[in-house]
Write a protein that binds this ligand. Structure first.
Ligand code: ADP
Ligand code: ZN
Length: 519
């Protein structure tokens, strides 16, 4: 089967071989299994349904939410000699009728339609006469309220599929799908025992690093000077931060520009062009920068502030090294970042469930900042890829030459303090009790009388908090969901308390922080 697919790939598209994920996805569809393919943007999802469409009898329906994209795809297919067309709101009624008629006569291998079309009874009627054996649903996460891009019109897909005389084979494609979204896709589209593939997320040419406790401004300046003339992007958390950092860099003689939503259209346009045409080498920006810009030789992306979740981080960091040459992705973080992101989530108008979900994703990001494990593995597992090697050899964890220290005693101190505080408080208060604070709240709760009160008075408060975060990232502790996350003991921690397990930590320049976080 796959040989035939390869032949089609070569004959129509002129490529010599499939990419990693494509082959699995195409194989699954060709053997007739409903398939969910989760592949990042640019990984080649389109071919993964276009090739089966060319091999199957009859016409394949492709559901696609973006009118402009639809036209591009169809134009590209026609250039390759593949008979394809689209139907969306840009067409007149008679044009729609004519295209459907041609489809019924078998003149197209692929028919792209916008999901809104399915809301119309008469359009659905027209489609009844079409023999659909395969239906590809692009941006399938739009069906789920959990997704970042829920589209009510996608909810018509389920009933539409049910209304067909024979249920077609379904391929659902998306770049992002958490467990919740996957469950929704399966349920709302009525998929039967689908094969789910998560693939293509790795970007081997990128080096990932996390750094904390650095003087961020000095670090950035130093880094830029050491990478003279190499284009790079620095993402900061707020407009004000962008303005400040950009001023600082310009004053320090760096060819930097800035981009955020507070600038006029003209200023933004100019900034973007200056960067594209190498008039400036460094772009300091908020997350408003990047959508749709296509600069392939960006050599580094530095995050000056921790983003709100791994999806956002990976998308932004992924703008480095698009040309396949090495790229550096550095995340600078400080505890205040978490406070800011948490605050921003609280300020949204999302319903409570959605907020909880956002907070959970934020925790994934915080874990990434604290994990001693391979960062690439952490990223890929976050997105759901399996079978990732323990070490990539190309991230700050793998390259960390630090010493492994036994920290069982510290762990026991922390865990027993949490236990004595009845697992009802957050990281901040636990750390303060360990440090020995006598502030009013602690006295009121009589935590100053606990045997663990002040048991870590020699350690800096921030270091105690870091340590607790480390235990969270390492799966000893859990942070409850919600506005005020509470630290709880996981079974691993209980074993350590019973003296049944030991805890170690790599101590390196990265973890032994300098006290210079402030500007
Ligand atoms: P996605 O839909 O996942 O964002 P696309 O389908 O648009 O990605 O593909 C991204 C790019 O990769 C396109 O330019 C496409 O032609 C190219 N591409 C896809 N598959 C292959 C392949 N097997 N070999 C070479 N290039 C490919
Ligand atoms: Zn690694």
């Amino acid at each position: 089967m796959i040989e035939k697919a390869l032949e089609v790939l070569q004959r129509y598209f002129g490529y010599t071989h499939f990419r990693d994920g494509q082959q699995k996805v195409i194989g699954s569809l060709l053997q007739g299994s409903d398939t969910i393919a989760i592949m990042p943007t640019g990984a080649g999802k389109s071919l993964a349904y276009q090739i089966p469409a060319l091999l199957f009898k009859g016409t394949t329906l492709v559901i696609s939410p973006l009118i402009s994209l639809m036209k591009d795809q169809v134009d590209a297919l026609q250039q390759y000699g593949v008979p394809a067309t689209f139907i969306n709101s840009s067409l007149t009624l008679s044009e729609v009728r004519s295209r459907v008629q041609k489809a019924v006569q078998g003149q197209y291998k692929l028919l792209y339609i916008a999901p809104e079309r399915l809301e119309s009874d008469s359009f659905r009627g027209l489609l009844q006469s079409l023999q659909v054996s395969f239906m590809a649903i692009d941006e399938a996460h739009c069906v789920s309220q959990w997704g970042h891009d829920f589209r009510p019109s996608y909810l018509h897909l389920g009933p539409f599929l049910k209304s067909l005389p024979r249920k077609p084979l379904i391929g659902a494609f998306t770049a992002t799908a958490t467990e919740e979204v996957q469950t929704d896709v399966v349920r709302l589209l009525g998929l039967t025992k689908p094969n789910i593939f998560v693939t293509g997320f790795d970007r081997p040419n990128l080096t990932f690093s996390t750094l904390r406790g650095e003087n961020k401004k000095e670090f950035v300046l130093e880094y830029i000077k050491n990478h003279e003339d190499q284009p790079g992007i620095i993402y900061a958390g707020t407009r004000k931060e962008v303005d400040n950092l950009n001023n600082f860099l310009v004053r320090s003689g760096i060819k930097a520009g800035k981009y955020h939503a507070g600038l006029s259209d003209a200023d933004r346009q100019k900034s973007q062009e200056d960067f594209l045409f190498d008039k400036i080498t460094v772009m300091v920006a908020t997350n408003a920068f990047g959508m749709g810009i296509d600069k392939s030789n960006v050599r580094y992306v530095i995050h000056y502030t921790m983003p709100k979740n791994m999806e956002a981080y990976y998308q932004e960091a992924g703008r480095a090294g698009r040309d396949g040459e090495p790229g550096d992705c550095i995340l600078l973080f400080s505890p205040q970042d978490v406070v800011l992101q948490r605050y921003l989530i609280e300020q949204t108008v999302f319903h409570p469930e959605r907020k909880m979900n956002e907070l959970k994703k934020l925790q994934g990001m915080v874990d990434y900042c604290h994990t001693p494990r391979c960062l690439r593995k952490t990223i890929l597992e976050y997105f759901g890829e399996n079978d990732i090697p323990e070490e990539c050899g190309n991230c700050s964890s793998c390259n960390d030459e630090g010493e492994v220290m036994d920290i069982t005693l510290e762990a026991q101190k922390v865990f027993s303090c949490i236990y004595r505080m009845r697992e009802r408080f957050g990281i901040g208060l636990v750390a303060e009790v360990l440090k020995g604070s006598r502030k009013a709240k602690i006295r009121e709760l009589r935590f100053d009388e606990l045997s663990t009160h002040g048991i870590m008075h020699d350690t800096a408060l921030q270091e105690i908090k870091d340590l607790i975060n480390y235990f969270v990232a390492e799966g000893y502790l859990q942070l409850s969901n919600g506005e005020y996350p509470v630290v709880k003991l996981l079974p691993n921690a209980v074993s350590v308390l019973k003296g049944e397990g030991r805890v170690s930590r790599k101590i390196s320049p990265k973890t032994s922080r300098q006290e210079s976080d402030k500007d």
